[in-house]
Design a protein around this ligand. Sequence first.
Ligand code: HEC
Length: 160
Amino acid sequence: MKLKVLVLALVVAFISSCGGEQKKDQKVSGEKEVKEVKKEAKAEETADPMKNKGIGPITNVELAEIDEAMAAEGKTVFKAKCSACHKISKRVVGPALAGVTERRSPEWIMNMILNPEEMVAKDPIAKKLLGEYLAPMANQSLTEKEARLILEYFRTKKGK
Ligand code: HEC
């Protein structure tokens, strides 16, 4: 009887010590990952913002001459879906958007419109903006086409 208890205790001790080792390994590799992610984020933050395409469905936008008809449609969508929080030349809930196409890539702008939740959680520029504006940018459930029209409208609103 005593022997059985002793064996059982040994087995339990052995199993739990194995588990402990594994946990330690996991923790070490987890810490390494966190460090690497931090390093990447820092590199992105200091890189040229026009090279940052953001995170979301848009990976490549080809721009041609400004299409005035598209820009006019974009203005209508902007007034309906965005003007509660944005003005072109003045900060309101969100940033003034004059000149936004000169400080952000077209892909970044469209991803910010279509995927703001992930952008403010993971993209270094969007994260910084959230830190400054405190209110999160709302997802207005636009289609990619509507987002593209708004981008065209923004292209007609260069900075001062
Ligand atoms: C509920 C308010 C709200 C609405 C609605 C909203 N936004 Fe925003 N937007 C913000 C805030 C606040 C920020 C700054 C980032 C943050 O805090 O999340 C922002 C950031 C942005 C940026 C980045 C600006 C920069 O300086 O880089 C763009 C572009 C943008 N919004 C476009 C739009 C468009 C287009 C719409 C309409 C489809 C829209 N937003 C609707 C609040 C809003």
